[in-house]
Design a protein around this ligand. Structure first.
Ligand code: GCB
Length: 586
């Protein structure tokens, strides 16, 4: 799943723009031939969620069709041509010139199909993509569950607290590659004193044996090696003497170039290591704090659609507060975002969309588990070469019907046993695919203790002073401290608070600082950071949330917005942003 690129051997045509669009609530489009063109189309932006582009589509989550016609350059003849979708939420089917090419399930990861044999070289080609985002218990994340563990009804009926935006969220790209092309590259780095060691595996699309060439370049340093492909596979190890290591403070990137008989691919790589030791996370052997946010891909009008100016602005704002880290809560973010993280020096906890997993119905559990494993495979394939990605997160707040079980009750509780088995399997899969990074999942208060066993880092989402002991900050902070110490005593693993936060209506002030005021949020965050500062085992503090974001409608969410942002949805800072600056930026 290499990111498409333009070079002298490869071509790329980005189909982002305004497409034809039509909803298909009765799912009759295919029968009516919409794969050849729509009859009553309106305009839609790609990438972008459809929900905020038209008022009447806000809550529409059924099937919809996107169509675009395009020439394919004559210069691509003789090459293999692929159609790649950065992400489509949730289930997508691709048609080219009326023919069904393939489908993909899962809302946040890229997929590509070869379309070489479908191409018309003399006329325009009709690309049609149908996308559907129904909420179902078997999906990841799940919706419309019969067993609502969440106490407050919501519309749409998700199991998660963000709006289920739908549509083509990332670019649709046509690209061409040589007949035998570089299909995959894996780069693993180690540090030996002042030297950087790169272990690289390159896989070709065919099991051929040939010679190739590889180069690492950065500043005045150039290191080269020959590649000997045997049955399409080559492995090589290189040493960069006196290397510049990648870190959050100095995000140095080398350019790795691979050349084969027919193809050429370049990749930016950072040399770094990540490990845990006692209560600390070590980046390049040195303790590092992962301070920042839980976030969302979310903005006015674009919804979850890729919004490049927003990405750049968000990184600037995060840096302005002194943050060096975030979690891709609660699903993989765009590839463009990950590239920016490499470049800007952010430490990423990369999460699959397994939000609020529940462990009741065996059939649903089995389907969900398959989806989770698929998404782990796809995510690691996509993000394995990003130095910014330091930790994989296999779930956010998996839960059982009864929280806070005693250790002995938990032993026999069927949901606890099933949940442990489920999470262990996911973490095992991650380690098989990538033994070089850390693994975790985000716990909520009352999570069965045993589930944490295989995590490298204990990630805690806690709302002392908001959902529990709201308005009683002094007591809340005492409870927080007691719980943190207890978790440390149990596991002796580094702890990151991956969520803590308070809903805050921007512009609402109070003296005294009651809940929902900017003062309350500021003091809440200050209190948490002060507790954390006294604990050596705290390896990071990630505020929930970077910015206010669209959620589902409920009595918990004024205007359908979760207001725990340190910035508003439009990116103006609340008082709390200045508190973070005091702690992190000075
Ligand atoms: C959580 C969830 C997050 C919610 C947040 C909240 O624990 O992980 O998705 O948005 O709480 O604000 O309630």
């Amino acid at each position: 799943m290499l990111y498409p690129q333009q070079n002298i051997f490869r071509n790329k045509l980005d189909l982002s723009g305004v497409w034809d669009f039509q909803v298909d609530p009765d799912q009759m489009g295919e029968q009516k031939g919409w794969q050849n063109g729509l009859v009553d189309a309106r305009s839609i932006a790609v990438p972008g969620s459809w929900n905020e582009q038209y008022e009447g589509l806000y809550n529409y989550l059924g099937l919809a069709w996107y169509v675009k016609s395009t020439y394919i350059p004559q210069g691509w003849r003789g090459q293999r041509v692929f159609l790649r979708v950065g992400s489509a939420c949730y289930f997508a089917t691709v048609y080219v010139n009326g023919n069904k090419i393939g489908s993909h399930e899962g809302g946040h990861l890229p997929f590509a199909f070869e379309i070489t044999d479908q191409i018309r070289w003399e006329t325009e080609n009709v690309i049609a993509i149908s996308v559907e985002n129904e909420l179902k218990p078997t999906r990841v994340p799940s919706g419309n569950m019969n067993t609502p563990l969440l106490p407050v009804a919501s519309f749409p009926h998700t199991t998660y607290d963000f709006f289920p935006f739908a549509g083509i969220h990332r670019p649709v790209v046509l690209y061409s590659v040589p007949q035998t092309y570089i299909e995959d590259v894996t780069v693993v780095t180690e540090i030996d004193g002042a030297d950087g060691i790169l272990k690289m595996t390159v896989r070709l699309s065919a099991a051929v044996s040939e010679q190739g060439f590889l180069q690492i370049k950065g500043g005045d340093t150039t290191v080269t090696a020959k590649l000997a492909f045997l049955d399409g596979l080559a492995e090589v190890q290189l040493t960069v003497a006196n290397a510049k290591f990648w870190s959050d403070k100095t995000p140095y990137l080398y350019v790795l170039t691979i050349q084969t008989e027919q193809d050429h691919y370049a990749l930016k790589v950072g040399i770094r290591t990540i490990a845990v030791q006692g209560g600390q996370i070590l980046l390049n052997g040195q303790p590092v704090q992962m301070n920042g946010y839980g976030r969302h891909e979310d903005f006015i009008a674009s919804g979850k659609g890729l919004n490049l100016p927003l990405l750049v602005k968000d990184y600037q704002l995060m840096r302005w507060t002194g943050a060096n880290s975030y979690r891709t809560s609660h699903y993989p973010y765009s590839e463009e975002e990950m590239q920016l993280a490499d470049r800007e020096g952010f430490l990423i906890i990369d999460e699959i969309p397994a939000v609020s997993l529940q462990f009741e119905d065996d059939e649903n559990i089995a389907v969900r588990q398959r989806m989770c494993l698929q998404q782990i495979d796809e995510l690691i394939a996509r993000d394995k070469n990003h130095p910014s990605v330091v930790m994989w997160c296999v779930a956010n707040e998996p839960m059982t019907p009864r929280l806070n079980l005693t250790a002995s009750d938990a032993l026999n509780d069927p949901a606890v046993v099933k949940g442990k088995d489920f999470l262990d399997k996911l973490m095992r899969r991650v380690r098989e695919l990538d033994p070089t990074r850390l693994v975790t999942f985000a716990t909520l208060g009352g999570t069965p203790t045993s589930w944490v066993e295989h995590c490298d880092v204990v990630c805690m989402n806690r709302y002392w002073g908001w959902y529990i002991l709201g308005g009683e900050l002094d007591k809340a902070l005492v409870s927080l401290e007691q719980e943190l110490d207890a978790v440390w005593e149990t596991w002796h693993k580094p702890i990151i608070m991956t969520e803590f936060g308070a809903d805050t209506l921007a512009g609402m002030h109070g003296h005294p600082n009651v809940m929902w005021t900017e003062e309350y949020q500021a003091e809440y965050i200050r209190g948490h950071l002060m507790v954390a500062a006294q604990k050596d085992y705290i390896a990071g503090m990630q505020v929930w949330n970077f910015a206010d974001f669209a959620s589902v409608q409920s009595i918990m969410r004024v205007g359908g917005i979760n207001m725990k942002g340190v910035f508003t949805r439009g990116r103006t800072p609340k008082m709390a942003a200045h508190v973070l600056r005091e702690f992190w930026a000075k």
